[in-house]
Unconditional design. Structure first.
Length: 251
């Protein structure tokens, strides 16, 4: 199996652990998961070649046990173990067999769960739109967001920037990127989150969704590459400014 594993980046905190346990419980509750809840009993099934073909057996009970014992340091490690369950099944069984098809079905179900998982752990912004967006627009008029490159940036740098953006737009965001992005957003104060939401509304509206009159939701995986990069640059600038202020206070 030559599939690349996800980059370990998102540490498992209380919130992440709770969400991962919910995901595993959902998989257990799925009626199609019966064959994947316990280790493959290859001896009883007379599958004598199973240990030689499948070097790293995995099942949902083992994942649940590892979660219980806090063995996962990163979210992506848990994702890899769950993915390994489907990969093992497809590696051992014939393509087109009922169990192969079942693993494909559950793999698709699992991947959809991840898509739902990403925005729910990373944003939780549930911001008060009426107050915050009005306040943010006033701030923006007084001091526009520094989205553009500074005037003294060389033409060569601008050209390089455009080339990088053009290349990146062709590549979908990875799970690691979206989870990493979430950590940045979570650390921002409400006013800055409001500005980020406004940038997404204006530049990548497909990622923005109204929940009700006062709340909104951002789907990170729907943000286009150009907007994603601008938001990251903006957050980095804010972080640099914050560090400079902290240093001045210390001195």
């Amino acid at each position: 199996n030559n599939k690349k594993k996800t980059t370990r980046n998102t540490q498992v905190g209380k919130e992440e652990l709770k969400k991962l346990n919910q995901m595993v419980s959902q998989l257990f509750a799925n009626s199609d998961s019966y064959e994947f809840r316990q280790p493959v009993d290859w001896q009883s099934l007379q599958l004598l070649d199973y240990p030689t073909i499948i070097k790293n057996p995995m099942d949902l009970s083992k994942v649940r046990e590892k979660l219980k014992e806090n063995q996962y340091v990163y979210v992506e490690e848990c994702f890899d173990d769950i993915q390994l369950i489907w990969d093992n099944c497809k590696n051992y069984n014939a393509e087109g067999s009922w169990i192969y098809k079942l693993s494909e079905k559950l793999e698709k179900y699992f991947r959809n769960m991840i898509k739902n998982y990403i925005p729910s752990i990373q944003f939780q912004i549930q911001i008060m739109k009426k107050e915050k967006l009005v306040q943010m627009k006033k701030q923006e008029k007084a001091a526009p967001i520094q989205q553009n490159l500074s005037k003294n940036t060389s033409q060569q740098q601008i050209a390089q920037e455009q080339i990088v953006v053009a290349k990146e737009e062709q590549v979908p965001m990875s799970l690691q990127e979206t989870l990493s992005f979430s950590q940045k957003i979570k650390s921002l104060p409400a006013e800055q989150i409001g500005m980020i939401v406004h940038m997404i509304q204006n530049s990548s509206s497909q990622a923005y969704k109204d929940i009700d009159k006062e709340k909104c939701q951002i789907h990170v995986d729907l943000i286009d590459r150009d907007t994603f990069k601008k938001i990251n640059q903006q957050i980095d600038m804010w972080n640099v400014s914050t560090e400079q202020i902290k240093k001045k206070i210390k001195n």
